[in-house]
Unconditional design. Structure first.
Length: 314
């Protein structure tokens, strides 16, 4: 099929940072946008708490839960790959691997005061763990920009870091307590969720920020473009450029349309919903998969949305 050959070619270019990569072999399923809000399906229920999740370039699903990284199958079975200090955001990198954010031995939410022991790991599907970057306090979300720059947010500070040469360098201080990140359809805007207003004690916020980018650098002032109900966490973009928001504090997923400004509630009753990823590989391409940070209730959900995910860079 010509489309599949093109997808494979894009994936090869992606290995060199020249293109985005979508997993080839997406099923041609009939789809249409459902009436929202929809009922979320409880896909995996065995974890005590979960946060990051991502699909690698092969379309395999990896989840951060119970202070470890796991691979999940379409039937809901899981296997542990490797332990970490604290499971946070994840992103695919290269042909098979993923990156996983880890607060490290300490974090600003439990040990007040500055710390710099956060780690971003590179993890293979076989569970081999190597350090990708250090020098960041509490890394949370991870994202790659169109030009190949890797970013990591630190939701205990006002810092988004650029990861280069094994170290973290400040990329932006425009967004207080930055968490989830997603790109616009044209790759010229970075959307960032502000989850807190303060952390001592924790005071939730509700802002979604937009940072214009050019050549993988901030290209103008950050501005608030939308607000949710409470504590926006993970973000994901669909193929139409709309931004899906895990609104952790309101136990809901919302969708923001940057073109119209419309905010739609996609699903409710998802306690402490955290990270989002569109299905790939043998999973449902027209659904979001989501994690829950709720202690004792770290459910993984599938949420049908009738649209595919946007372009990702690996």
């Amino acid at each position: 099929m010509p489309e599949r050959r093109m997808a494979r070619a894009m994936c090869l270019l992606a290995l060199f940072g020249l293109a985005g990569c979508a997993t080839p072999g997406a099923p041609d399923l009939p789809h249409g946008e459902p009436d929202f809000p929809v009922q979320a399906e409880r896909f995996i229920t065995r974890f005590n708490g979960a946060e990051g999740l991502t699909f690698n370039a092969e379309g395999r699903l990896f989840i951060g839960a119970n202070n470890a990284v796991w691979e999940a199958q379409p039937d809901g079975s899981v296997r542990k790959l490797v332990d970490v200090h604290r499971h946070l955001g994840q992103a695919a990198i290269g042909r098979r691997d993923i990156l996983a954010a880890d607060f490290g031995p300490t974090n600003a939410f439990q040990q007040p005061g500055p710390n710099g022991d956060g780690i971003v790991w590179r993890i293979t599907p076989e569970g081999v763990r190597t350090v990708f970057a250090t020098g960041i306090g509490d890394p949370n979300a991870i994202l790659r920009l169109p030009g190949g720059t890797w970013l990591a947010s630190d939701d205990a500070t006002d810092r988004i870091y650029r990861l280069a040469g094994g170290r973290a360098v400040i990329w932006s201080t425009s967004v207080p307590f930055p968490n989830g990140m997603a790109l616009s359809r044209d790759g010229r805007t970075l959307y960032v969720a502000q989850i807190f207003r303060a952390i001592g004690p924790v005071v939730p916020d509700s802002a979604i920020w937009a940072i214009p980018i050019r050549n993988d650098r901030p290209a103008g002032p950050a501005r608030i473009v939308a607000r949710t109900e409470q504590a926006p966490d993970g973000l994901a973009a669909d193929e139409l450029g709309r931004i899906y928001i895990a609104d952790n504090g309101s136990n809901s997923i919302r969708r923001f349309d940057p073109g119209s400004g419309e905010m739609v509630v996609i699903a409710r009753d998802l306690p402490a919903v955290a990270s989002l990823a569109f299905g790939q590989g043998r999973f449902d391409w027209h659904s979001l998969y989501a994690t829950s940070t709720a202690r004792g209730g770290g459910v993984i959900w599938r949420i049908p949305v009738g649209v595919r995910g946007g372009r990702l860079f690996r």
